[in-house]
Design a protein around this ligand. Structure first.
Ligand SMILES: [Zn+2]
Length: 127
């Protein structure tokens, strides 16, 4: 590895460290979180004569979809909980995204440290 490659690696490392620091601040924030993803479901009550049977669905229902023991489970969210559920599901999504990126950066940095370290190794006897 020549000098310019090594300084390019050092620059990448500094950038990754800065980005990782930003992510760590996201991960340190305290939020209540709802695991899973929210899906909007058109609602049909099915009562005879209701407008929904004539192609005018009710306001969509909100459904929480998540894995439980390897199976997808869906739970209806009560209308009164919609706002809170949306907020907490978003917080969950952001947390997971930050964690995924943090792990990827960790791997990248690991490779950089190994390469940089290797490029600074000397032979012996010294030249
Ligand atoms: Zn209906």
């Amino acid at each position: 590895m020549n000098k310019s490659e090594a300084s390019r690696l050092r620059l990448s490392a500094s950038r990754l460290i800065a980005e990782r620091h930003t992510l760590e601040n996201v991960l340190l924030e305290h939020h209540r979180m709802l695991r899973g993803s929210l899906l909007e479901r058109p609602k049909f009550c099915g009562k005879p004569g209701c407008k929904c049977t004539k192609g005018q669905p009710h306001p969509p229902g909100l459904c929480l979809s998540r894995l439980v023991n390897g199976t997808v489970r869906q739970i209806f969210i009560r209308a009164a909980d919609h706002e809170r559920a949306r907020k907490e599901a978003l917080a969950y999504k952001e947390y997971r995204q930050a964690l995924r990126r943090w792990r990827a950066i960790d791997k990248e940095l690991n490779t950089i440290w190994e390469d940089l370290g290797g490029s600074q190794e000397e032979g012996y006897p010294f030249e």
